[in-house]
Design a protein around this ligand. Structure first.
Ligand code: SF4
Ligand code: SF4
Length: 80
C-alpha cells in the first residue's frame, strides 16, 4: 500500500500574509509567524509537527506562488 507524506517550503519574500493557505489547509499545518517582518507582515510558516499530506491545496490557493510542495511516497509491505 502507498502512503503519501508531504512537506512545504514558503518563500518569505513572496508571502504577503494573506492567510489563504492557512484557511485552506485541511491538516492545519500552516500558521503565521509570531513576529512581523520589516514590511509589517506576519508571513505564513509551517506549524510544528505539521502532518502535511502533500495535498497541494496551499500551493493552488496561494496568489503569489510562494509555496512549494514536496511529496514523498513510501510503499508499505502488507502485514502478514
Ligand atoms: S497564501 Fe501565499 S501569500 Fe498568502 S499567506 Fe499563504 S504563502 Fe503567504
Ligand atoms: S500540502 Fe496540503 S496538507 Fe500540506 S500544508 Fe499544504 S494544504 Fe496543508
Amino acid at each position: 500500500m502507498s502512503k503519501a507524506k508531504g512537506q512545504i517550503a514558503i518563500n518569505p519574500a513572496r508571502c504577503k500574509g494573506c492567510g489563504l493557505c492557512i484557511w485552506v489547509c485541511p491538516q492545519k499545518s500552516i500558521k503565521t509567524v509570531d513576529e512581523a517582518d520589516r514590511r509589517g507582515i506576519r508571513i505564513a510558516c509551517c506549524a510544528e509537527n505539521a502532518p502535511c499530506t502533500g495535498c497541494g491545496f496551499c500551493y493552488m490557493v496561494c496568489p503569489d506562488t510562494a509555496i512549494a510542495v514536496y511529496k514523498e511516497s513510501t510503499t508499505e509491505e502488507p502485514a502478514d
